[in-house]
Ligand binder design. Sequence first.
Ligand code: ATP
Length: 260
Amino acid sequence: MSHHKIEVKNLHFTYPDDHEAVKNMSFVIHHGESVGIIGANGAGKSTLLMLLMGVLFPDRGEVLVGDVHVTKKTLPLIRQRLGIVFQNPDDQLFMTTVYDDVAFGPRNYKLDEKEVAERVKQALDMVGIYHLKDRAPYKLSGGEKRAAAIASVLSMQPDVLIMDEPTAALDPKSRRRVIQLLNGFKHTKIITSHDLDMTYETCQRIIVIQNGEIAADGPREEILTNEELLDRCGLEMPLSLQNCPVCGHKKSVIRLAGTN
Ligand code: ATP
């Protein structure tokens, strides 16, 4: 499973206006890990994801997926291995039906229609929206669109699932469904989010980014209960880990950690 490994070595990226958004980042994500990437607005999370996916290329350092360097030449292979769900589902859905959107990736792999149909059904069943297969994506609700966008990535059966703000603008029920879905995906996951409660429930490991640099990298119980670190990085402890605002009762980290 070494091809599921992602290695970031001394990564550095500067936007054309000379803004240094990623500075000397290094980390390794191994097969099966669930990693939350958190940080305040403008910390560099989306830029990092774009560097992982080969949407942007570093001015120094490198990204390896398995043994393959992310370069323009290797992009087709990288895109097969890494599936990204963008923050805005409208960036991902462009066909006239949900079915065709979810079938788009498998058809691109030149699979026959029978296999395409199987992959579409499997992906739509996983996100619980098979009944919406003939609907136009632009007519769906926010939560339904998010589910369709996730299905359009799952149908390509990626080794690594990358999600940018998967719970943004979702109602509690849709948010819960996305959390369950993420916990059901057993391959490697990389999730960026400001929803630290969701991050706590779905990611075992947390990387904190501040001003384009890695401020901390460790187990969720260590990072997400470290008030001083979170405060320094412009973040707050997940609500589920904070003391009760009425009686001050301290919530149990151990109990929450067992919910996964
Ligand atoms: P947010 O949580 O607000 O989405 P983020 O952590 O994803 O933020 P990025 O979008 O990666 O942060 O931005 C990192 C830094 O790079 C910010 O200071 C941002 O202003 C800057 N930046 C982003 N895109 C560009 C661009 N196209 N040109 C110049 N600077 C940019």
